[in-house]
Design a protein around this ligand. Sequence first.
Ligand code: HEM
Length: 282
Amino acid sequence: MNKEQNEGQPAEWHGARMDFREAMSYGDYLGLDQILNAQHPRSPNHNELLFIIQHQTSELWIKLMLHELQAVRRHIREGNLPPAFKMLARVARIMDQLVHAWDVLATMTPPEYTAIRPYLGASSGFQSFQYRELEFILGNKNPALLAVHEKAPDAHAILARELALPSIYDEAVMLLARSGFAIDPARLDADWTGPTRADDSVKAAWLQVYGDTSRHWALYELAEKLVDLETAFRFWRFRHVSTVERIIGFKTGTGGTAGVSYLRKMLDVVLFPELFALRTEL
Ligand code: HEM
């Protein structure tokens, strides 16, 4: 009889701790009770769990991106770029990962989704307040979209606050000004609640940065990190609309928009306009 089978003896396995009556376990630390009990399929369909988990995991990763980006904004404001670079690289890799996550959802076929759709009501990713916060912190602001969150005062307050704050890109533009580049004062004293608008003085400043990279290395690196992030975000948008078209064709969205044609319009969003515009001139 081996040790595990001895009655009254604690079980043993390669020296691993086995008794968690008094100690914090893996599940306690991670709150797995809450997380693993937060999936409540409404249909009898087998595939709904995939649909739920795909959204929930995306929301968790968005939560981490927001955490990183808020710190990035602080670091840029303080002119402390090395930690900001590390965090921006992390956010771009998270976004890349979410781009690949669409492969899993793409295994859902139109009849599988059609079986679930009546149970979704009017709910849609369009109402994701974290996604909206992500768009806002990156400068794609639209005050009209706050209305969706009236019924959730906490989310509404977070979005209203974020709307009024300078975006990460606004902070980068302010850093350009502090670094001695001539930025139009109107750009620096903006009403932050609107979307980023292309500005000639900002483009001219970035052009100088790209024109003498060894002199302006840190700003050049910041610009390229932002381009990396925006590129990853564009891929996410593209994979979303492609996956949606594959699954629902040209049906309207549960959130009320025209569906694919709405999502295609969102592909035209440019977060950091001058950083892309200047490339024609390099
Ligand atoms: C079968 C899966 C999916 C379908 C059919 C679908 C469909 C759509 C449609 C049609 C819209 C436009 C709004 C509407 O009328 O509903 C939308 C928006 C959105 N969806 Fe999805 N989606 C799917 C999966 C996902 C997943 C996994 C996420 C991850 C979080 C997501 C996040 C979003 C977001 C954030 C928006 C708002 C986009 C914007 O306003 O720019 N969707 N979706």
